[in-house]
Ligand binder design. Structure first.
Ligand code: NAP
Length: 257
């Protein structure tokens, strides 16, 4: 039977984890909630770089490493490929499709934080939906701006910044209310994809507001890449069926001998 290590920290990964077996392992960095109702084992915290991960793969007898981390978790994804190669373990990845711009969208892609600040200079009420990154810049907010920063956990704001701790999914109605309450004139987002956080883009389109979009890190090539969790799970089932058929055949040959 193939033993799986699933690298998670996303809703998509959690859905896969619910289909794993009791010998498989679901791994989290430790930033969010740790589920306690999964059929598999759960481990929390870094491995200590690619070398640490390679040691873990070998030590735990892992046969398949599945990278279902967030598209912006570039370091972990790179580590997975290096460690898989080092330990001789197959690596699969789940790569969520990015959102596609529709008629009426005004998306402005930027490569990094300085370019983002430049793109925001003409606006006064940005809504940041990038996670915690803006929190370390709250003391450097331009005088003409008032920021709304939404991230997973509560955090103190200041005279120029309101920080909202909230976890998706977010509805169209709640996003409309948020934009109105704070008089938002531009949205700042990662190019994450997925339905859970898409409503802000719908509201931006409705109101003719631009979205400053932090470009995705380059995707890292793995042995197999899946665009959706259901396809990945189907491939995992096939792999396990093949492995168990092979196991039965080998055992019966041994019995006949
Ligand atoms: P990152 O920069 O790629 O990784 C930083 C370090 O965190 C890694 O080198 C690794 O430490 C550890 N790590 C990351 N994911 C891990 C996992 N699933 N299990 C064990 N260790 C893990 O990642 P990040 O952007 O900080 O994201 C951290 C976690 O939050 C990931 O699980 C990701 O899926 C989730 N997340 C990220 C975002 C985002 O926008 N970046 C959004 C939603 C959720 P070692 O080198 O010590 O192994």
């Amino acid at each position: 039977m193939k033993r799986v290590l699933l690298l998670g920290g996303t809703g998509d990964a959690l859905k896969i984890a619910r289909h794993l077996g009791r010998n498989d392992v679901y791994s989290l960095a430790g930033l969010g909630r740790v589920p306690d109702d999964l059929p598999c084992r759960v481990r929390v915290g870094g491995f200590g770089g690619p070398e640490g991960l390679a040691r873990y793969l070998e030590g735990e007898g892992i046969d398949l490493l599945i990278d279902a981390t967030h598209p912006y978790a570039a370091r972990m994804s790179a580590n997975a490929v290096v460690a898989g190669r080092q330990a001789g373990v197959t690596v699969w990845s789940l790569r969520r499709e990015p959102w596609q711009a529709r008629a009426g969208d005004d998306w402005r892609f930027v490569p990094d934080w300085p370019a983002m600040c430049e793109a925001l200079a003409a606006f006064s009420r940005p809504l940041f939906t990038l996670g915690r990154a803006p929190l370390s810049h709250l003391d450097a907010i331009p005088a003409h701006q008032r920021w709304v920063v939404r991230c997973l956990d509560e955090h103190p704001g200041n005279a120029q910044a309101t920080v909202i701790g909230a976890r998706g999914p977010f509805t169209l109605e709640s996003e409309r209310a948020l934009f109105t309450r704070h008089d938002i004139d531009v949205v700042v987002s990662k190019h994450s994809g997925g339905a859970a956080t898409e409503a802000k883009l719908d509201v931006a389109r409705e109101r003719g507001l631009p979205v400053v979009m932090l470009a995705r890190p380059a995707a890292i090539e793995t042995d197999r890449t899946f665009g959706c969790g259901a396809t990945l799970l189907a491939a995992l089932d096939t792999l396990r069926d093949t492995a168990s058929a092979h196991h039965i055949q080998t055992a019966s040959r041994r019995n006949e001998a």
